[in-house]
Design a binder for this molecule. Structure first.
Ligand SMILES: Nc1ncnc2c1ncn2[C@@H]1O[C@H](COP(=O)(O)OP(=O)(O)OP(=O)(O)O)[C@@H](O)[C@H]1O
Length: 317
């Protein structure tokens, strides 16, 4: 669990705080995505959590401990950190890079070697092929995977990710997002992610926190945020197609009806967005679901908007 309580950062010479009185909890085993316009304080917030930036005020608890009273170096060894530029040591092999934290933690060599193999495999990197490679011999996507493997190596309960997939092309990025998301959920990590990309935020974040000028504009589960922005600012930031984006978060099975429909059934994990895409591609007002029944156009509309959600913007919070 990560608990920010009134966390504040003031830089000298700036007329307002970069982060102001930020209170936010990321429950254990969940992820929270920080989004907001450029300069809204996302990276400053993230770097206060591992104390690469010292807060000017407020409190911070990680896994129940007062993180501001811990030695910052010890603290950082207990927190995984993934950044866009990855920051691998160029003259070290992948295995040596991944072993950084376990080595600093003083693990025995055999345990380190086993752990390096394990996390490389977890992140989809064949140890036989990649362990001895140097960072420059890898593709951008592979380097990002090494970054994730390195962050996981010491088995930290908490992971911080700053634009973790910013440097890779959209196709690789989508696949990496899916894989890393599944992995982090399975490992029950508590994750705070900074991203510019709203789609990435709602895909990776169980909850999404929107920052504006260093303050929290809204903090809500991704689907609720898209359905009910708390202010005109948040609504504008999410975009006029926010309900379309939200369809990707709702399982198609949530709109299952008894109707029958022709054509290939949607696979079990399909979303309402997949159902809509299939309707458009087939020119059909209903698509069958795996396991029986179908999503009809009316059911999709009902589940995709919902009576409460049609209330629209609820006024600034
Ligand atoms: N080391 C620093 N010294 C002074 N001001 C800083 C420093 N780092 C950040 N700031 C200021 O703090 C504010 C928040 O910056 P931060 O990098 O947290 O924003 P961000 O939301 O992550 O932005 P972006 O999306 O552009 O990366 C900005 O006004 C920035 O100029």
């Amino acid at each position: 669990m990560i608990e920010l309580d009134g966390l504040t950062k003031r830089w000298p010479g700036l007329d307002r705080a970069a982060v102001e009185d930020l209170t936010l909890t990321v429950p254990e085993g969940t992820s929270c995505a920080l989004i907001g316009p450029s300069g809204s304080g996302k990276t400053t917030t993230l770097r206060m959590v591992n104390r690469l930036i010292e807060p000017s005020g407020g409190r911070l608890r990680i896994a129940g401990q007062d993180a501001l009273r811990q030695d910052p170096v010890t603290l950082r060894r207990s927190i995984g950190y993934v950044i866009q530029e990855v920051g691998l040591f160029p003259h070290w092999s992948v295995a040596e890079n991944v072993a950084t934290v376990p080595r600093l933690l003083g693990w025995a060599p055999a345990r380190i070697a086993a752990r390096v193999e394990e996390v490389l495999a977890l992140t989809g990197l064949d140890p036989d092929r990649f362990a001895r490679a140097r960072p420059h011999q890898l593709s951008g996507g592979e380097r990002q995977r090494v970054g994730v493997a390195r962050a996981l190596a010491g088995d930290p309960p908490v992971l911080l990710m700053d634009e973790p997939f910013g440097a890779v092309d959209p196709v690789v990025r989508g696949r990496l997002q899916e894989e890393v998301l599944r992995l982090l959920r399975r490992l029950r990590k508590t994750v705070l992610i900074v991203t510019h990309d709203l789609e990435e935020a709602v895909r990776l974040g169980d909850a999404v926190a929107v920052l504006r000028d260093g303050r929290l504009a809204q903090h809500a589960p991704a689907a609720a945020l898209l359905a009910r922005p708390a202010s005109a600012f948040v609504a504008e930031f999410l975009g006029h197609d926010r309900l379309l984006k939200r369809l990707a978060l709702i399982p198609a099975a949530a709109a299952r009806t008894e109707a029958s429909a022709a054509g290939e059934a949607l696979p079990p994990g399909a979303s309402l967005r997949d159902a809509l895409a299939a309707m458009l591609a087939r020119g059909a007002a209903a698509v069958p679901l795996a396991g029986g029944g179908a999503v009809t156009w009316e059911a999709l509309l009902g589940a995709g908007t919902g009576a409460a959600d049609r209330a629209g913007i609820e006024g600034a919070s």
